[in-house]
Write a protein that binds this ligand. Structure first.
Ligand code: ADP
Ligand code: MG
Length: 321
């Protein structure tokens, strides 16, 4: 399928790219997941929500093969992530990119070298090509050659996220994992980052699995929402179905005051003139969406309202690559 700024996501055909079945995760006697199942379809933006400590980051780590489940299976692109030879697993890892919670840049490396890292790990690309690809990826996320020479310590929070996103996209992945991508950003930077993710998803057509606490981010991006509660995914569906699902967590998380405000804001944004085609209906059907009339104006209509965020030391540590 042809992909470009004005086409639907490439390959948004709904075929499963991730299949988690009967997953059990336990740390000692602490059971985090019990009989958890989840399917992610090609081309969609699937968002995982759940209370703090409900096991969202650990679920991502299970999908990435960084943790071994006590029971159950995780298949990505049809391959079991904890099986196969080292070579097969390495090849599988090249097909996805991860933006870890907190950004997780290597502080001793420049912006350029952080983004170059996944390319250099291949050990087969001439440095001239690495340079070109890094420059291209940085420009995709709105950063310049000047920024390339900076150290992560000299970057704003929004720029750290952009660099981390450029690094996640280094190998042109089919699948992108984003763990709390807008956490810690002020509302304006958060909106900008959401617009960036949306534009890149449309242009490049990758599948997104995203964890977020932030209702603005959720309403703006998610095709489907997976709700993690009671140690499993209690519902995984488009937003309207999730909102109709009867569960105390959903009641508290979506239907309280902050949920109402985020929904209103999202409705206002979707009915605004800036994005006449970006209807909730189109969002709910991966691949069926129409591109915005003014891609450059994406996010311009999104007004900051919420930045619900719970960060604790443990989560900051999760981000270390
Ligand atoms: N390596 C670990 N050892 C012990 N407990 C862990 C470990 N990683 C995560 N946990 C626990 O598992 C639960 C889920 O963690 P996490 O997935 O980070 O939650 P969140 O949904 O906030 O991302 C938490 O209670 C956390 O303390
Ligand atoms: Mg987490």
């Amino acid at each position: 399928m042809v992909s470009g700024p004005d086409t639907a996501p490439r390959g948004a055909d709904g075929a499963p790219v991730i299949e988690v079945q009967g997953l059990r995760t336990a740390f000692g006697t602490h059971v985090v997941h019990e009989n958890l199942s989840l399917t992610v379809r090609r081309g969609e933006i699937l968002t995982i929500v759940g209370g703090s400590g409900s096991g969202k980051t650990v679920l991502l780590r299970q999908i990435l093969g960084l943790e071994t489940p006590a029971a159950g299976t995780v298949r990505v692109f049809g391959q079991a992530v904890d099986q196969g030879s080292a070579k097969e697993r390495f090849a599988l890892r090249q097909r996805w990119g991860v933006l870890f919670q907190g950004g997780a840049l290597f502080s001793a490396l420049s912006v350029f070298d952080n983004v170059a890292l996944p390319l250099r790990e291949l050990r087969s690309l001439p440095e001239a090509i690495v340079r070109d690809v890094v420059t291209m990826r940085l420009s995709l996320v709105g950063l310049t050659d000047d920024d390339a020479h900076k150290s992560p310590a000299d970057l704003s929070g929004g720029m750290v996220k952009r660099v981390a996103l450029a690094r996640a996209l280094a190998l042109d992945p089919e699948l992108v994992f984003l763990d709390e991508p807008t956490a810690g950003l002020d509302p304006t930077r958060s909106d900008e980052f959401v617009a960036l993710i949306r534009r890149l998803h449309r242009q490049l057509g990758f599948t997104v699995v995203m964890v977020t606490h932030d209702l603005d981010t959720l309403f703006a991006l998610a095709d489907r929402v997976a709700v993690l509660a009671d140690k499993k995914v209690i519902v995984c569906a488009p937003m309207d179905e999730v909102l109709a699902f009867d569960h105390p967590f959903i009641e508290t998380f979506f239907l309280g005051e902050r949920g109402r405000r985020a929904r209103e804001l999202n409705e206002a944004r979707q009915s605004g003139d800036d994005e006449p085609h970006d209807s909730a209906e189109a969002k709910a059907t991966p691949g069926a969406r129409t591109p915005p009339a003014h891609p450059a104006a994406e996010g311009a209509a999104a007004t900051p309202v919420l930045a619900v965020e719970t960060t604790h030391a443990k989560e900051a540590e999760d981000g270390k690559p």
